[in-house]
Design a protein around this ligand. Structure first.
Ligand SMILES: [Zn+2]
Ligand SMILES: [Zn+2]
Ligand SMILES: [Zn+2]
Length: 79
């Protein structure tokens, strides 16, 4: 089932967080309305009964990056 992926980088050196744009993760489940594998003729009440109609709750990732964020690099706070 398709879901959004939300990534928030944590930069260890400057202790800043950076939210990345949400990313759509496609599944290949034919019983998912948003999937590429979902048959185009599956519509209406039948689709509602057999297929996922909603995307899953976003999965949150918080990778820790051993470095400085791009703002700090641009501002020259990095040595
Ligand atoms: Zn899906
Ligand atoms: Zn369907
Ligand atoms: Zn920073």
């Amino acid at each position: 089932m398709c879901h959004w992926r939300r990534v928030r980088n944590y930069y260890k050196r400057c202790r800043h967080y950076l939210d990345l744009p949400d990313e759509m993760i496609q599944c290949d489940d034919r019983h998912c309305k948003f999937s590429d594998r979902h048959p185009p003729d599956c519509r209406g009440p039948r689709c509602i009964q057999t297929c996922w109609q909603y995307r899953q709750f976003p999965q949150q990732y918080e990778p820790v990056i051993d470095g400085y964020c791009s703002t700090c690099i641009i501002m020259g706070h990095v040595n």
